[in-house]
Design a protein around this ligand. Structure first.
Ligand SMILES: Nc1ncnc2c1ncn2[C@@H]1O[C@H](COP(=O)(O)OP(=O)(O)OP(=O)(O)O)[C@@H](O)[C@H]1O
Ligand SMILES: [Mg+2]
Length: 233
């Protein structure tokens, strides 16, 4: 299919996109390990969508979702990264693109077509949907029937959809999307989250019958590099 916004956007040189800028680095290798672990976590069913969340803010959710989306994308695997953090969206910043239409436009304007809102990127197989304008009612929009039908439409065009979400303890958005998606990846910034916060987060996700695929331990210091570790459930 042809996406209208098919001017290919340049993956920008932001340090956050390490798998683009330093594909042979240890961190990039870590992302490939995370990809493999996620693939193995769903052997019997195909994993069509992943929600990325954490307990609190600034955990690395957006950094991990963007790098993971790049890592999953390939010539024969089309990946869509969706900025479903309708409160603090950053995908457009990471990829240096305009955030004009995006998800909220799709949700609120029935005339808007998915193919007119999605960007292609320089990474083969990687596509982006920005958040669009910040709405007053993100949770309501994400829990709508329209959102479910948009997700189903995404499945028609893409092999996998990755949703970058707000933290689960702050607002219900991640819970809502966790109940709609096939799996949840939980980001834990080392030393920044208490055991109680992690237990509460897991409880909230289990309550909506989320399929927790595993957790990524982020911000692990190791000499001059930053490491990511993946733990299966
Ligand atoms: N492994 C890491 N090492 C060092 N810095 C990191 C790492 N992961 C993320 N960061 C930095 O931490 C900050 C927060 O990261 P990011 O925006 O990905 O978090 P977030 O969980 O999406 O935040 P928010 O809750 O605001 O959506 C950014 O400045 C990012 O560059
Ligand atoms: Mg974020």
């Amino acid at each position: 299919m042809l996406f209208k916004k098919n001017k290919r956007v340049q993956n920008n040189e932001r340090p956050g996109l390490v798998v683009v800028n330093k594909p042979t680095s240890v961190v990039s290798e870590q992302f490939r390990t995370i990809r493999t672990n996620i693939q193995f976590s769903m052997v019997d069913e195909t994993l069509k969508s992943i929600v990325v969340t954490s307990a609190g803010p600034s955990s690395g959710k957006s950094t991990v979702s963007a790098n993971l989306a790049v890592t999953f994308a390939s010539e024969d695997k089309k990946i869509l990264l969706v900025d479903a953090d309708l409160r603090k969206p950053t995908v457009h910043k990471t990829f240096n693109i305009k955030n004009i239409d995006g998800l909220t436009k799709l949700l609120t304007d029935k005339e808007t077509k998915i193919e007119n809102t999605i960007y292609r990127t320089h990474t083969e197989g990687l596509y982006l949907l920005t958040s669009g304008a910040i709405p007053p009612n993100p949770a309501e929009l994400l829990s709508s029937k329209r959102m479910t039908s948009i997700i189903n439409e995404m499945y028609k065009y893409f092999d996998m959809v990755i949703f970058d979400m707000p933290p689960v303890l702050a607002v219900t958005d991640a819970q809502i999307m966790a109940s709609k998606a096939d799996g949840v990846l939980f980001i834990i910034p080392k030393g920044e989250v208490s055991k109680e916060q992690m237990i509460k987060s897991k409880e909230l996700l289990v309550n909506v019958k989320a399929n927790i695929l595993g957790a990524v331990l982020n911000k692990v210091e190791k000499s001059d590099d930053n490491y990511y570790y993946y733990y299966g459930e």
